[in-house]
Design a protein around this ligand. Structure first.
Ligand SMILES: CC(C)(COP(=O)(O)OP(=O)(O)OC[C@H]1O[C@@H](n2cnc3c(N)ncnc32)[C@H](O)[C@@H]1OP(=O)(O)O)[C@@H](O)C(=O)NCCC(=O)NCCS
Ligand SMILES: CC(=O)OP(=O)(O)O
Length: 331
């Protein structure tokens, strides 16, 4: 298979979507935008001060640049934001003030269908990006829990899908219940199959393999596995498995004999956000893996975060994935 990012770019180009980049003030965003436009990966709406963006020297021909502080859309978007959030106590003045926030302004462009997806977070925290997403875009029909994943591509690695893994949740749900963990596992399996177009093999990770440890944390993963298998019997999900038992064939055979997933997992579900976030950063920094994300799953429209440690290449990847998510969701 082509490198994951190349595959996403190829798929994004086949159905070009319009993506909002709220961080026009961030040099990595503009570097990525130049590549995205040159390679025709997506049409872009970049939010920021036009003079500053032009002064960056980047060739952004074809992009729509909107300054949220002066845009004629402010009143209309603020009015619609007020309508969406008034039952939560938002006033018209609050809504207008939020138009100064590039993430709220960008989210309203998405909500009003001026774009198909949004990528932000190079210069904002996850909460700054996800709060407008959760408050305005809301969950997809039938979804209770919004969560996230990283696509992790480890060089020279025989495990997973030829070195490609999905890690979930690394970005949103801090301490999931067993019920939430089962939803994260099912959502991740569907996300993997949508993006990678190969069957997902999902491991519910723990410090225990098939009863080797007995404590409440292991019990949570055992219960989450049971719930996920019950809710989605068509998916290949097993647990609880330690990291080595999940991905290394001979360790899987020895620790979890008979499991079809042990030793062969390509989707790794972490028991909580500490585990998921730390694991992805270690894979990225120590194993020199490419790490694209955090990509959200469960929102009604694709709106994705970045790590503040990202480089332009990561933003290009996130935009391509966002476009493919929009394509898969029929946005
Ligand atoms: C994502 C996060 C910011 C949401 O925070 P929050 O305080 O629950 O946000 P809000 O209260 O503004 O939530 C907005 C709405 O979304 C809902 N919501 C919150 N999290 C949700 C989730 N995971 N799935 C579905 N809905 C969710 C809330 O119930 C609320 O609903 P309402 O508007 O009907 O009242 C928070 O969970 C968080 O900080 N997560 C960790 C982020 C992080 O630091 N990650 C590490 C780096 S990637
Ligand atoms: C995903 C993530 O950890 O984001 P950040 O590095 O910005 O906190």
């Amino acid at each position: 298979m082509a490198k994951f990012n190349d595959f996403m770019i190829e798929r994004a180009k086949a159905d070009v979507k319009t993506i909002v980049l709220p961080e026009g003030a961030d040099p990595r965003t503009l570097e990525a935008a130049e590549i995205i436009l040159a390679e025709k990966i997506a049409d872009l709406i970049i939010i920021g001060n036009e003079a500053d963006i032009v002064a960056s020297g980047r060739n952004l021909e074809g992009a729509t640049i909107i300054d949220n502080t002066t845009s004629e859309l402010r009143a209309e978007l603020a009015e619609q934001l007020y309508e969406i959030r008034k039952n939560k106590g938002m006033t018209p003045e609050d809504a207008m003030a939020l138009m100064d926030d590039v993430n709220y302004f960008g989210t309203m462009l998405l909500k009003t269908r001026r774009a198909d997806g949004l990528v932000s977070g190079a210069a904002h925290s996850t909460a700054d990006v996800l709060k407008p997403a959760l408050r305005i875009i809301r969950t997809a029909p039938g979804t209770k829990t919004v969560s996230s994943f990283f696509m992790i591509e480890v060089p020279d690695c025989p495990y997973g899908e030829d070195g490609l893994f999905m890690f979930s949740d690394c970005g949103v749900v801090i301490q999931p219940s067993a019920e939430e963990l089962s939803e994260i596992a099912i959502a991740a399996a569907h996300s993997f199959e949508d993006l990678v177009q190969k069957p997902a093999r999902v491991a519910m990770l723990s410090h225990s393999t098939k009863g080797s440890a007995k404590d409440a944390d292991a019990d949570k993963v055992i219960e989450a596995t049971r719930l996920a298998q019950e809710k989605a019997p068509d998916l290949a999900i097993d647990g609880e498995l330690q990291g080595d038992a999940a991905i290394v064939p001979h360790v899987g055979e020895s620790k979890a004999p008979g499991s079809k997933i042990a030793g062969h997992a390509n989707v790794l579900i972490f028991p909580d956000l500490d585990a998921g976030n730390i694991a992805y950063k270690m894979a990225q920094r120590l194993a020199k893996a490419d790490a694209f994300g955090p990509i959200t799953q469960g929102l009604a429209m694709p709106m994705n975060d970045l790590s503040r440690g990202c480089v332009a290449y990561d933003i290009v990847g996130a935009v391509a994935i966002t476009s493919v998510q929009a394509h898969c969701a029929g946005v």
